[in-house]
Design a protein around this ligand. Sequence first.
Ligand code: EPS
Length: 393
Amino acid sequence: MIRWFTAGESHGQGLLIIVEGIPAALPIDEEYIGFHLGRRQKGYGRGGRMLIEQDHAKIMSGVRHGKTLGSPIGMVIENKDWANWTEAMAVEHIENPSQEGRNRRVTRIRPGHADLPGTMKYGFDDVRNSLERASARETAARVAAGAVAMRFLEEFGIKMRSHVISIGSVWAKSSDDIDWAAVEQSPVRCADNIAAEKMIGEIDSAKDAGDTVGGTVEIIAENVPIGLGSHVHWDRKIDGLISQALMSINAVKAVSIGPGWDVIGDWGSKVQDVIEPVTDPDNPWQRKTNRAGGIEGGMTDGMPVVARFAIKPIATLHNPLPSVDLDTGEPVQAHFERSDVCQVPPAGVIGEAMVALVLADALLDKFGGDSIAESLRNYQGYIKTVGPRKIYK
Ligand code: EPS
């Protein structure tokens, strides 16, 4: 079982991450985690914050001589921007804090962010007390945790991918043969160059209007073994676990497994994925289609696991919406502070991290093991049993 936590405010000193449950002897280093943090920082439509930060997760515990110890992996990502917020975000009590610039109380509620419910729920009189933790800055910590999970999954041949399939009204052409190198090079993480140009245009138009724009991302996990998750109880179904993980990403409003809504109007004969006769017993249960998104009955079915999610346009608008003041309830313009115009490209990297954490947990649930060698032994023993029953007993 993997348990993981993040802590940290957007403009506090940094982000803390603990990942517990990774077996011993997994090779891992800061460079690998930093590579994924760097992928999250890119993307057309990012705001000024990404020019300040060079996210680096320092490993504080759980790793010795390049390999995990089986003990909790602790990491720290410093916020470089903290230097500009030392008074506004000070840990210690400040008598009569200044009300200038960044130190000013935030009272102009942004519709669509955590401002109103967070401030009411926790009894705050400064919206900053909830907006700091609600910021998508926290997703850097998730990517650090997710990178550990990805490294673990790689030992089993599992590879995480993501690409953007829509931004604003522009949709990428669908393809069964995505050029992943092109995705990594694309400023919007989209392999369809023509659509990518148009997506950039949508982001520019939103920016010019002082507005924001959302979109859709697809996450793919390749080479996932058959049988992760379970049909026997609601909270063990892997589609439910993946959906919750993706829905928890800031601004995500919809999740589907595979094409989801796109196939709901079709008849049953068009929606299921026909199982091909087994010609290679070492590679059984192939399908020509994957409309199930690699999950049947709450379990992985051996096809790639595919999940999509829709991320709404960011709530912080340069040209703010009308709102109300926290103190008076009277009309004001919503608060604006530096933000992104479009978060869709980095959301793919964040989604990969979240799905990787779910799959790593499900893999350990099935195969267990306190060392990588033990987990792999259990995995290989199981894989030998999943062919046709008269061949594999
Ligand atoms: C983000 C850091 C934040 C935002 C953004 C994502 O930093 P700052 O508020 O200092 O600009 O840029 O967060 C949001 C879009 C949001 O709505 O909270 C990051 O590290 O990804």
